[in-house]
Design a protein around this ligand. Structure first.
Ligand code: MLT
Length: 201
């Protein structure tokens, strides 16, 4: 997968996996990583699917309607890419914290829904429920921060709470932060994510 790896200077920190929103690329979220932890490794990946010229991490049939078969396939592909990248760059495969926005948050959620050991934790900006009707792996010990919009036209308040309940039902510890600016990733939610991160690391 097209990506950028930036080596950090503190091996005790997680590797920050950056996953952009629809139409973004691997350069977009570097300012977030810089704010969350300037000393951590950063692995930033570009989604392999292109929709009308816009990179994404998996196909959708319509706005908010996911192509589940493709979601499953792309989630596996990303998980395998993480295995390879950990070997290639020599970082700890078991210590990856995803930071995703929108479509990137959705594939991060899908990694957590499908693989017990894909991620140690995640900061999810405006995620949706990636998939319903499956048993999640045991997510005990995983820490997840969700920034959601009370008036997000792409993900309702109910769906954001549903996602939190799925994660908590699987044993993860979830912190929820509510915003009021639609689907936008705001400075306030970035600062809330930073406060959450600093309490853990
Ligand atoms: C998705 O397709 O993943 C969501 O609708 C968010 C987005 O617009 O990318």
């Amino acid at each position: 997968m097209i990506h950028i790896f930036k080596k950090g200077n503190d091996e005790s920190k997680p590797t920050l996996l950056l996953l952009h929103g629809t139409g973004g690329n691997e350069r977009d979220l570097f300012p977030l990583a810089e704010r969350i932890d300037p000393n951590a490794n950063v692995l930033s990946v570009r989604g392999n699917v292109v929709e009308n010229g816009m990179p994404r991490f998996f196909r959708r049939l319509a706005e908010g309607v996911f192509d589940i078969e493709d979601l499953i396939k792309r989630t596996e592909e990303l998980n395998e890419f993480l295995n390879e990248a950990a070997d290639q760059y020599g970082f700890d495969r078991d210590h990856i914290l995803a930071i995703g926005y929108s479509n990137g948050a959705n594939i991060a959620g899908s990694l957590l829904f499908h693989y017990q050991d894909a991620l140690k934790g995640a900061i999810l900006h405006h995620p949706m429920v990636p998939r319903r009707g499956i048993a999640l792996p045991d997510l005990t010990g995983k820490k997840i921060f969700i920034a959601a919009g009370k008036n997000d036209p792409i993900c309702s308040q109910e769906e954001s709470v549903e996602l939190k309940d799925f994660f908590e039902g699987a044993g993860a510890k979830v912190e929820m932060f509510w915003e009021n600016h639609g689907h936008m990733l705001t400075y306030r939610e970035l600062e809330a994510a930073k406060t959450w991160y600093d309490q853990i690391y």
